[in-house]
Write a protein that binds this ligand. Sequence first.
Ligand code: ARG
Length: 601
Amino acid sequence: AQSLSNMADYIVDLDQENVGSLKQQIGKLFEESLRLTVPDELDVEPAIAPCQNPRFGDYQCNNAMGLWSKVKGKGTQFRGPQPIGQAIMKNLPSSEIIDSCSIAGPGFVNVVLSKQWIAKSIQRMLVHGIETWAPKLPIERAVVDFSSPNIAKEMHVGHLRSTIIGDTLARMLEYSNVNVLRRNHVGDWGTQFGMLIEYLFEKFPNVEVVNDQAIGDLEAFYKASKQRFDSDPAFKERAQKAVVSLQAGEERYRTAWARICEISRRGYERVYERLGVELEEKGESFYNPYIPGALELLSQQGLIEESEGARVIFIEGKNIPLIVVKRDGGYNYASTDLAALWYRLNEEKVEWIIYVTDVGQREHFEMVFTAAKRAGWLPAEDNKYPKASHVGFGLVLGEDGKRFRTRSTETVKLVDLLDEAKSRCKTVLIERGKAEQWTAEELDETAEAVGYGAVKYADLKNNRTTNYTFNFDQMLSDKGNTAVYLLYAHARICSIIRKSGKDIEELKKVGTLELAHPDERVLGFHLLQFAEIVEEACTNLLPNVLCEYLYNLSEDFTRFYTNCQVVGSLEETSRLLLCEATAVVMRKCFHLLGITPVYKI
Ligand code: ARG
């Protein structure tokens, strides 16, 4: 391997600019080659994919076949896809990235990357930070609409999924330098407020002087008012009138509404704080003033029709229309979403709007998006921006295969889950004697990081559209694809570095990374794929892609560590740098998944 004698030159050579993902960098070379190979087909984009079988190389360019079918009728000099592949290979500009190329099958060009270049890229990241590996996305601003519980009703595991998945997507977009508006589209409007307010007035005639504790548990309050609503027709009538008064903006009703929302909000915020999730609330009520205008625009386009006393939008292929004004003249979930969509596109000027809810709402969003496309708010093509995407997720199931509930048949409360995860982790740590070695604070922080991390990871590692079974024993196991295993793996890498007694910050500057052993080469290559994995997870809105990567990475590390001695070896410096790079990438994965890393275990 070529070694760089003068480290000062080497560092200067490590330019700071973000050069894009590995795939993008290889793509650029092939773009150049395609321009030379088929000058008349300038719209062809390089098709680059990782090799299925690493024996053939690292990446493959798959353009030859497609090009052949494009040019064969046009009097081309080429006699088939193979010669096109040959030409693509020959026209590749020389670059330090590529070590060798070969042709396979009908013109696939296989590329083996240069080991020196991989090593150098990793070292550049170590010097300038993982931010330099951020993928480049074609947008500047996005909305992630997630969590979004409903006031007074409980925040259940479905909202937990939305919170965890939405937060990860927001984090990945933020890492990719997208300005993300993290929106909590709280259900803070609607007919349930009539009964809530009326019940509040009934229970506390002097509501102004009652403190919040007296109102207490809003969920219980909601249930009690619902019961009153269902059993007493006079109450029901008063509740319905209360909705009208609230909508008319009568002060007493407004004040009661604001108070109920505030109490509810404090409950959510506790959960968000524990989960480390940031959100900005713009609830349904925020969009009320924009509804008439948005509907007017749709109406001008001839999209809104009268049907059975309601105003609706008929959507091709759907049995039921999208109701936008109810028979009683009131607005609903759909009218709010149309107004919110309009607002986000025109006032907030975002290019991508991502909605994270259970799959049960797919139909609703399909209809809203179709209406927006027909109105010309969104382009008809799905691959163009601005774009709206529904990120649907499946159910959380209990051991019995049914919807996850506690014994009392109530849906599970979020906070209880987090409490249990933490206390189970703490018990394990104490069993391992950590109470004697660590401060109480360290014990608590680690139990929290591991416990909450386990809950999040168990959710994120599944393809989000499938249901998954909630199982504490499984998610808290230190074997297999769990957060516990991964967090421990990271902590172990940190301890290898600590135990070497070397100053890793110093090594980053003066040491040289080399990938001499095959297992080092595999690990290094995998590290370099980080950016394109994040890009893929972002563009396809699939956090499980990142989880899979993280798990594979830790397996690559284990193989390397089993077969290559680090501390005390001749290659110690280089291998410590590889350890550090692995730890940095793992930490970034944790960060993107909303998991707090631990450094010792
Ligand atoms: N509040 C809704 C629920 O609990 C989710 C809202 C999702 N966002 C939206 N813009 N519709 O199911």
